[in-house]
Design a protein around this ligand. Structure first.
Ligand code: DCP
Ligand code: MG
Length: 383
């Protein structure tokens, strides 16, 4: 059975943890920087306002590097290397501590940016996703560029994307032109682009299998594709041998495991600083309106109307409250969602500062079942 060709993207953020740190310390751009220090590595604010940064050469301990900027990688240091070993290669490199909260927040932001263009994606962890572009309109290169721009606009960071007929090839390709790369290829490009690469580039061939293959004289993916089936079976068993042979030919039927059909759709924002309902009314009002508009776009794109709108707040003490409102008629446009969200807000205490604001649409149904509720423009928010 032949299927319509798929268009699968793999997106991986460039030097992710390090790039997030450079957003906070832009003066470090262009320098070798490694992430992985503990509390000792916290930059110290100087009287003149600048920071004094820890250097790798001063590090003592058994910590390992989580990631490094490309400038540091040029000196031979990188993920999983012991820091004292790395210090011999790059003594002047700047050392920063990990800050997972920041990475998680940016991770959510880049995924939301992708979802605004291509909602079907598979989450593969903090800095990578697969995206199914098969049914997204647009020419492949233009679409991938648009996704890269959306990620950059949302986070200030660059990513690299591979687009091919399947996940296996896309995962290889997103790495080929890092950083800020875009690699698009089809099955016909495999001999020229994929076969010269080392077998280790295939996700699923680890260091052990790489060593065993090398002992058989198989170093490149092309050599693997040309290997005798019997030879592979003898050394790897029939199951893994069959997978190796298929992988080397760029064959992979796995589906992009998008989140299961959503029973609700939500949008939320964590603020840079905690906001006060009165002093920051204008900001909050703008944020709420924007969240409702984006939620409306999500609903329209996914082809739903919603009968229940909820708001979620997180206070500065991290307590979360939510309120919902079930409507007599389903809504889909931003103004109607905003109206419902404001009704919900009237029922939550608003004395504390807010860290997060979210809006959710649930009780989803296809449009047409009922006439949509339209609401005239409203005045004050957070009234
Ligand atoms: N990471 C880690 N330990 C490792 C490898 C990675 O903690 N051994 C963390 C730090 C990375 C993040 O995961 O920033 C993403 O891993 P990647 O392999 O995608 O590496 P980078 O994003 O840092 O660099 P690249 O530009 O090569 O993707
Ligand atoms: Mg990455």
């Amino acid at each position: 059975m032949s299927e319509a060709p798929r268009r699968i993207a793999h997106l991986d953020m460039d030097a992710f943890y390090a790039s997030v740190e450079l957003l906070r310390y832009p003066e470090l751009r262009g320098l070798p920087v490694v992430i992985g220090g503990g509390r000792d590595a916290h930059p110290v604010r100087q009287p003149d306002g600048s920071y004094r940064f820890a250097r790798l050469r001063d590090y003592v301990g058994r910590g390992v590097i989580t990631t490094a900027t490309y400038e540091a990688r040029a000196l031979g240091v990188g993920s999983a290397m012991g820091m004292m070993k790395a210090a011999k290669l790059a003594p002047d490199a700047i050392l920063l501590p990990v800050n997972f909260d920041a990475y998680r927040q940016i991770s959510r932001q880049f995924k939301a940016a992708v979802a605004s263009i291509a909602p079907d994606y598979e989450d593969r962890g903090i800095d990578e996703i697969y995206i199914d572009l098969t049914h997204v309109a647009g020419e492949t290169r233009e679409l991938a560029q648009r996704i890269k721009q959306a990620v950059h606009a949302a986070t200030g960071l660059t990513c690299s994307i591979g687009v091919t007929p399947n996940k296996l090839l896309s995962k290889i390709c997103s790495d080929l032109e890092k950083p800020n790369g875009l690699t698009i290829l089809g099955h016909e490009d495999i001999p020229a682009r994929i076969w010269p690469l080392g077998v280790r580039k295939i996700n699923g061939i680890g260091p052990k299998a790489t060593g065993k293959l090398a002992a058989l004289g198989i170093d490149t993916i092309g050599q693997l594709a040309a290997a005798e089936a019997g030879l592979l079976q003898d050394h790897f068993g029939s199951h893994y041998a069959a997978w190796l042979a298929a992988a080397a030919r760029g064959i992979d039927q796995r589906a992009v495991a998008t989140r299961t059909e959503s029973k609700s759709i939500s949008r939320e924002t964590t603020f840079e600083r905690d906001l006060h309902v009165r002093q920051d009314r204008a900001v909050l009002s703008g944020v709420l309106t924007a969240l409702c508009e984006r939620l409306a776009e999500d609903l329209k794109r996914k082809g739903y109307v919603s009968r229940t709108i909820s708001v979620k707040l997180r206070y500065d003490d991290f307590q979360i409250v939510s309120r919902n409102l079930t409507l007599p008629q389903p809504v889909v446009d931003g103004a109607a969602i905003l109206h419902a969200a404001r009704e919900c807000l009237k029922r939550v205490p608003l004395q504390r500062r807010l860290r997060l604001l979210g809006v959710r649409a649930s009780t989803l149904e296809p449009p047409g079942a009922a006439t949509l509720l339209r609401v005239p423009k409203q005045g004050e928010l957070f009234a």
